[in-house]
Design a protein around this ligand. Structure first.
Ligand SMILES: [Fe+2]
Ligand SMILES: [Fe+2]
Length: 184
């Protein structure tokens, strides 16, 4: 078992569940945005869905050799509404992760000296701050009846760092190289 402490192990399971659901939810909401005539907002959802997949994968790997069945409790937004409302769900979800969930999980991992979990929670926390901001911009556009304006969305495949228009030479969160970024 890669994780020594039960509390951090529980938090990794819960974060894995939450990120997995966010991944699916954003793919579904992305399709709805496209249908409503917001192709770029649809693409933003698709790109961020991939970032959440990166987070879920990191958490899953940190659970390591603990193969025991587990029931996962993870708070989530459900349902499909209009894009403006879906974006509110996305903003609320990201802000919950930024202000409540990940700081607490990170703190626990730090206290329990769980280096792998610490890294995984830190990566997610940094990306979710950006996601909340981008979803706010998307919602402002959608409220005005407009699509969001950008060329491409770039996602770091190591940590989920998310940036519009151009990938940085080096990921500011994990140090991955520019050409590693996945473009949407
Ligand atoms: Fe996110
Ligand atoms: Fe990164």
């Amino acid at each position: 078992m890669a994780v020594k402490n039960a509390m951090t192990n529980d938090f990794l399971h819960s974060a894995y569940g939450g990120e997995s659901m966010a991944h699916m939810r954003y793919l579904i909401w992305g399709k709805m945005a496209e249908k409503e005539g917001f192709p770029n907002i649809g693409r933003l959802f698709e790109a961020i869905a991939y970032a959440e997949q990166v987070h879920a994968s990191n958490h899953f790997k940190e659970i390591g050799g603990d193969t025991a069945d587990a029931t996962v409790v993870a708070g989530a937004v459900f349902g499909v509404g209009k894009t403006v409302d879906n974006l509110q769900g996305a903003i609320d979800g990201e802000l919950h992760e930024v202000n409540q969930m990940y700081p607490v999980y990170l703190n626990a991992a730090e206290f329990q000296k769980e280096e792998g979990a610490k890294r995984s929670f830190h990566f997610a926390l940094e990306a979710e701050k950006i996601h909340a901001e981008l979803f706010k911009q998307a919602q402002d556009a959608a409220k005005a009846g407009k699509d969001m304006e950008f060329q491409k969305v770039y996602i770091c495949p190591v940590c989920g760092h998310t940036v519009l228009n151009e990938a940085p030479d080096k990921c500011p969160v994990c140090g991955a190289k520019k050409d590693a970024y996945k473009a949407f």
